[in-house]
Design a protein around this ligand. Structure first.
Ligand SMILES: [Zn+2]
Length: 320
């Protein structure tokens, strides 16, 4: 017996409704419904299969709560509100695909959602720890994380549009895509059935991203610019996080290690020390500040620059 049949034994449950309920519904005691304005309001009645069927037919549009009554959830959703953030989510989906972390892109009215499913229900606090680590690791500052609550205190908490319905404001349905940007299946019906058994986040990667804590900026940028008695190069070293800067050029593991970009490296000789804010290659390519990295990088790129020119280039970052 599935969850919805246990909750509502007197109802007939079709396979599509069952797939929708099993994958996306966390609680059956109440539900959010979308008004024509696009806003959602809570209906304090049980969510029945008939209502889910009406959602699939398009005669009403429902939302989905992220957490159940015990504050557990079964997915993380990253929400992008505009096209630049949607493109970042699409890029993230491709990178995650390469490291073996499955995710599903869903189109939306303005941006997009990226869904990551878990094999077991997890406490909201764990899901958020994973989401925050993921966002920090991949530098996704503008992207919102759902669930928004680690634990429910009053009310059912955050909600999102329940997939496969008609958006009341745009009058459209939105489908799911693979990390390569192809439709997950050729019809929405097939997509929903495919999602009834989604690929889930491997434990190893869950732990890796959940354990990631973003590199602290050594000093607030404005404070560094305004500080007196320091040379411009000292201000740059103080204000720019070596780790965050180098991540733009080098794929680093959460512990700051990676393949050195300056020699033919196979053993991750390159490492960034977050606390001391410097980098180092154990194979002898050098070590130093963000300025030293930039100079070496420019040399490798065939655009060598001296210290003065490097400082000039990096000073521009202080003003961003
Ligand atoms: Zn090296």
């Amino acid at each position: 017996m599935t969850r919805i049949e246990r909750q509502l034994p007197e109802h007939e449950v079709t396979p599509l409704v069952e797939a929708l309920a099993e994958r996306f519904i966390q609680r059956f005691d109440k539900y959010p419904r979308q008004a024509d304005s696009g806003a959602y309001y809570t209906i304090e009645r049980p969510l029945t299969p008939d209502l889910l069927y009406a959602h699939l037919r398009g005669s009403m549009t429902l939302g989905a709560y992220l957490l159940d009554e015990e504050s557990h959830g079964r997915f993380l959703v990253l929400d992008a509100d505009d096209e630049p953030d949607r493109r970042r989510l699409a890029a993230l989906a491709r990178v995650l695909d390469q490291v073996g972390c499955p995710s599903y892109l869903e189109a939306s009215r303005r941006g997009g959602h990226l869904w990551l499913f878990f094999a077991e229900p997890l406490p909201g606090a764990e899901i958020r720890r994973f989401g925050k680590g993921l966002a920090a690791y991949f530098n996704l500052a503008g992207v919102e994380l759902y669930p928004k609550q680690a634990q429910l205190r009053t009310g059912p908490g955050s909600l999102i549009r329940l997939p496969f319905g008609v958006h009341k404001k745009s009058g459209r349905r939105y489908g799911f895509y693979t990390p390569r940007g192809e439709p997950l299946a050729s019809t929405l019906r097939q997509q929903l059935m495919a999602l009834s058994a989604p690929e889930t986040v491997p434990d190893r990667l869950f732990e890796q991203y959940a354990g990631y804590v973003s590199a602290p900026a050594p000093k607030p940028v404005l404070e560094a610019i305004e500080s007196q008695g320091e040379t411009l190069s000292e201000r740059i070293k103080g204000a720019i996080s070596c780790e965050q800067f180098i991540r733009q050029y080098v794929e680093l593991a959460p512990n700051g290690r990676g393949l050195c970009p300056f020699h033919d490296d196979r053993v991750a000789s390159f490492s960034v020390n977050r606390e001391e804010n410097y980098w180092h290659c154990f194979a002898g390519c050098g070590a130093g500040s963000v300025i030293d990295f930039y100079m070496l990088w420019q040399r490798v790129e065939g655009q060598p620059c001296d210290f003065k020119a490097a400082v000039k280039d990096l000073a521009a970052l202080l003003l961003k």
